[in-house]
Design a protein around this ligand. Structure first.
Ligand SMILES: [Zn+2]
Length: 1035
């Protein structure tokens, strides 16, 4: 294994001539419109090769980052090789002339607390990374931060990529696996169907991902040198003048500019034109007034209307589609949604415009999630839609509505908080491809600047009954489908809309105030718009690490922290109504879930205005009770809380609405089986690690037995006795926080649930030498991907030295595991390794989704782990120390915004560990670790030949493979009869001896499995709770 390279010193900076050197770099803008909280500085420059760069100096950041957006994407793929742009994106990572080792880039990033990714869009390919912003403590004084070395490696993608022959097949297999991952995803399937039914002369129709067949097998049969093709594509489309780079670091703008100018000077400029498509449109007249009925994989129902729309490329000041989608997508009184929901036809509605590509008009889209009844009334719904459009046309664009939207957008931008460094660079590099004035790169699409009624009217004029396409998605309607889409196999029927229906729509579109539904009207003024936005910013030496406990009695504990870091006029409130009922039985957990679903449904219209005004709430049930959370501008937060609590307390369940919610939940639970296998596997791991939780199929079994009356009877019990734990964080004073607790107490008026009755959180303990296997056959018959989760149990997660070892193991193996199992062996697109915790224990796991069988995957993971033992043994001290440093930097990474801090602190309260100093403790422990301690740990807990290691493997088997026969044979061979078992139990598979001499225990009876195991101790607080108390009312 090659050693990790260290950051270099940029020669140019040391040059004595630097001061006098001519600066060929041209400054384009050095004053950007920023949010009031933004303390970064910015400069936009153009290099002599016409590469445009946004430089960002951030003195406070602990992560540096860069992103490159290249103006070429799948719209430029050649017709007979779909996926070329995407394949080139994958291949650029695989070695460059200066750094020929295929994983040099990812290894360098991994050694410096970094990571990277990329995506391919229609007209752009976007690459980005992030890395530690500061050099290591023990680095030499003249050494640059790791950003320099990362930029150097990154720049080579665009200068001299090798397209190494040896990596080509493997990376195309990664693309193939990526495509197979998407094959059963309705989102991909329906999007491709829409593309397939568009103008074949416009590249919108392209299949963007590609697969091994079309990128390798077929072209080679035609005598094409595939590798040469990709190099030609790079040569033809990658040009400095088509690239937009964003570099963010701790260094000064001058230093960043000098580095960028040096490292990216070699990117060749071919003066290519911007990619634009102006001669064809995606939807011609012949593609309009069509109806498409499509059959989804999951049981969902949807009505989709799309309209060819304005090209808004240069309308960033007025953005007319935002006015229109605000009204069409509204959910308050008078809206389309309000009406069709009152008829029992819809569960959701969203509307908005999106651009297709430069030079081509955009599309306005309205999506409605239908109920069963809604599906039979889809034509009525379309008529309601057009009646509402006629209302909008009749009422001239209202300036007050625009001003309301503008005001909210201005406030949102003013108090915009930081996002992770690479999310910022990636996003802004893509924005730089648009014609925004450079001063507005950060604010351009967020803010609204100009009320333009003419453009709004022009936009509205596109929402005509002769200018749209309709799609109805359903598994049952019409029941037979005539065609199959080429790439994903989606069944559909596509035809012209019936003439009589079009005539009805036309009538609806010309309705007047006399003929239209009286229920439809424009929204009222939004009462939730925050008016008090003051923040009292103080000088804080050290932000507080822990919240304070400001109320603690038998009924209520109130945790509180005044924001001392982010200074935004916002707050987060979390409330846990602790109650033992939801976890008693699967039926109870389902009742609690339905109760929260009904509460949310009842609040939908009311809470919509709050949501628009930046104030959100959630209510959900979990094994320990009901959780309420409210988040956003603190001004009106108590108003929303009060309404949520009253709704919870006084809920009168409407039977019809309940049946709609129940049916929706039933579909949701059934659809669970049709998710990606890697999204399913975690539920089984959780289940088999816990003493008592329920999995989806257990819940589903209970659903048919529940009625509205059951929930009406049940929920008062949920509320009558509880313990209330709350956490208030943000721009609120202590008295405000106490008042919120009082409000909860006063409205719900619960009796105390004595502390002795609170449930204790525990997990199962897997003994040393444990070797458990759980098998499950995946339900989707068309899915080809198996999945494994391979979990090694380590122990109590509060034992600090043990945690530190597990975390460092994750750091050291993350990149090599990906390199071996994904890049080299190509087991599948989804390859993941890392630490996994339960409520009280910690473990180390792999998840792989693959066409290979779980048994095979398990053997490959074993092989990797055996091999890594040698890597660890041979690891140099400097590399070992590098991993420690990289991990410590990650653990201590600063939080970016109020929400992140709130969730972290609430997590510490809710987990009952109260371990607010966890990350600092982790870092301190990691710092002390020696290599021999890690080897000892590895040989005990991880190495496949260790008799002490303790493993649980979940095998999810795809039906579309040979393993089903193995399952049946296995059952026969073992002479077992499954009839007496619950249907949730796993299946029998042939067993084999393991490398450590243990025989796998195949879990077929989960209760028996649990009964053999001990359970862990519950969480012990890191400090006694009294140490956080600050109960006197003086602050
Ligand atoms: Zn990809």
């Amino acid at each position: 294994m090659p050693t990790v390279s260290q950051p270099q010193t940029p020669a140019a900076l040391d040059s004595p001539l630097k001061e006098h050197r001519e600066r060929p770099v041209k400054t384009i803008a050095d004053k950007l419109e920023t949010s009031s909280l933004d303390e970064r500085s910015y400069r936009v420059v153009a290099l002599p090769n016409k590469l445009e760069v946004l430089l960002v100096h951030d003195a406070d950041t602990d992560k540096a980052s860069a992103a490159m957006d290249v103006n070429v994407g799948n719209f430029s793929d050649e017709g007979d090789m779909p996926g070329m742009a995407h394949a080139v994106e994958h291949l650029l990572f695989m070695g460059t002339k200066k750094y020929p080792i295929e994983n040099a880039y990812s290894q360098y990033l991994s050694a410096h607390s970094g990571s990277s990714n990329a995506y391919t869009g229609a007209t752009s390919t976007n690459y980005y990374f992030e890395v530690a912003a500061t050099r290591a403590e023990d680095a030499k004084d003249d050494e640059a931060s790791p950003l320099y070395g990362a930029l150097d490696r990154f720049a080579q993608f665009f200068i001299d990529p090798l397209f190494l022959d040896s990596t080509l097949d493997r990376e195309l297999r990664a693309v193939d696996s990526e495509n197979k991952k998407n094959l059963q995803s309705d989102q991909w399937r329906l999007h491709q169907l829409e593309k397939a039914l568009s103008n074949p002369k416009h590249p919108y129709c392209h299949f963007s991902t590609g697969n091994f067949e079309v990128l390798k097998t077929q072209p080679e049969k035609r005598g094409i040198d595939v590798r040469q093709k990709f190099m030609d594509f790079h040569e033809k489309h990658y040009s400095a003048n088509r690239m937009k780079l964003v570099v963010l670091g701790k260094e000064s703008l001058d230093t960043l500019e000098a580095w960028t100018a040096d490292l990216f000077a070699g990117v060749r400029n071919k003066d290519l034109e911007q990619n634009r498509w102006e001669t064809e449109v995606p939807f011609r007249a012949s593609d309009l007034l069509t109806q498409c009925f499509a059959k989804p994989v999951m049981d969902s129902r949807e009505l989709d209307l799309s309209f060819p729309f304005l090209d808004e490329e240069s309308l960033f000041e007025s953005q007319p589609s935002r006015y229109i989608s605000h009204l069409i997508g509204h959910e308050g009184p008078g809206s389309i949604m309000s009406y069709i929901k009152s008829k029992g036809w819809a569960n959701g509605l969203s509307a908005g415009a999106y651009p297709v590509c430069p030079g081509t008009p955009g599309v306005f889209n309205c999506q409605i999630r239908l109920t069963e009844d809604g599906l039979t009334h889809y034509k009525e719904i379309i008529k309601v839609f057009f009646e509402y459009v006629s209302l909008l046309r009749e009422n001239a664009p209202q300036e007050w509505i625009f001003q309301e939207q503008k005001g909210l957008a201005d406030v949102a931008f003013k108090f915009k908080q930081k996002t992770p460094a690479s999310r910022f660079t990636s996003k802004i590099s893509a924005v730089m491809q648009t014609p925004l004035p450079r001063e507005w790169l950060l604010s351009g699409h967020s803010r609204l600047r100009k009320f333009d009624p003419t453009k709004i009217k022009e936009g509205l004029a596109f929402l005509r009954p002769d200018n749209f396409r309709m799609t109805v998605v359903s598994q049952n309607f019409p029941g037979t489908w005539e065609s199959k889409e080429k790439w994903y196999g989606t069944e559909y029927t596509y035809e012209k809309l019936p003439a009589d229906f079009v005539a009805e729509i036309k009538r609806a579109a010309t309705s007047t105030s006399l003929t239209r539904l009286p229920e439809l009207h424009l929204p009222h003024e939004n009462q939730f718009i925050p008016t008090k936005l003051e923040v009292e910013k103080k000088d804080i030496k050290e932000p507080a690490i822990s919240p304070k406990l400001i109320r603690s009695d038998d009924l209520v504990r109130t945790w509180y922290k005044k924001d001392d870091t982010f200074w935004v006029p916002q707050a987060n409130l979390f409330v846990n109504c602790r109650n033992t009922l939801p976890n008693a039985t699967a039926e109870n957990s389902l009742k609690a879930r339905l109760y929260t679903d009904v509460v949310r449904d009842a609040l939908e219209e009311y809470a919509y205005d709050a949501e628009l005004a930046g104030l959100d709430y959630s209510i959900s049930s979990h094994s320990m009770g009901i959780e309420i959370a409210i988040s956003g501008y603190n001004d009106k937060l108590p108003v929303l809380l009060e309404k949520v609590l009253f709704t919870m307390r006084d809920l009168e369940i409407n039977v019809e609405r309940f049946e709609i919610i129940k049916e929706r939940l039933a579909r949701g639970l059934k659809n669970w089986d049709y998710q990606q296998p890697y999204n399913q596997v975690g539920e089984f791991t959780r289940w088999l690690n816990s003493e008592k939780t329920y999995i989806t199929e257990q819940t589903l079994t209970e659903l048919p037995h529940l009625t509205a009356n059951d929930i009406q009877q049940f929920y008062p019990h949920l509320l009558r006795q509880m313990h209330i734990e709350t956490f208030v964080h943000g721009n609120l004073y202590k008295e405000d926080a106490l008042k919120l607790s009082d409000l909860i107490e006063a409205i719900l008026k619960p009796r105390v649930l004595p502390q002795t009755q609170w449930p204790v959180k525990r997990s199962l303990i897997f003994p040393p030498g444990a070797n458990y296997v759980y098998n499950k056959t995946l339900k989707d018959p068309a899915n080809v991907n198996h999945c494994i989760e391979y979990l090694l149990h380590i122990g109590d997660k509060s034992i600090r030295p043990l945690r530190a070892r597990a975390l460092l193991l994750d750091q050291m193996t993350h990149e090599p595991a990906f390199d071996q199992l994904r890049t080299k062996e190509q087991l599948g697109y989804v390859v993941f390794s890392g630490v996994r915790s339960t409520v009280t224990t910690i473990g180390y796991r792999f998840i792989i989704q693959s066409e290979k069988t779980p048994q095979y995957l398990e053997a490959r993971i074993d092989s990797f782990l055996s091999g890594f033992s040698k890597t660890l043994g041979a690891m140099s001290d400097s590399e070992f120390e590098g991993h420690k440093r990289s991990l410590i930097t990650k653990r201590l990474e600063k939080l970016k915004n109020l929400d992140q801090e709130s969730s972290r602190l609430w997590g510490h309260v809710d987990s009952e560990y109260l371990d607010f100093e966890l990350t600092y403790e982790d870092a301190a422990q990691v710092k002390q670790l020696t290599k021999s301690e890690m080897i000892e740990f590895y040989e005990h807990f991880i190495l496949p030949s260790s008799p002490a290691r303790s493993k649980l493997a979940i095998h999810l088997n795809a039906q579309a493979s040979d393993t089903t026969t193995t399952v049946k044979n296995g059952i026969k061979a073992l002479g077992l009869n499954k009839d007496h078992k619950d249907n949730e139990d796993g299946e029998i598979m042939p067993v084999h001896q393991e490398g450590n001499g243990t025989t796998p225990y195949v879990i077929t009876d989960v209760r028996e499995f649990r009964s053999r195991l001990q359970v862990s101790a519950g969480p012990q607080p890191a400090k006694h709770i009294s140490e956080f108390e600050e109960l006197d009312s003086k602050l």
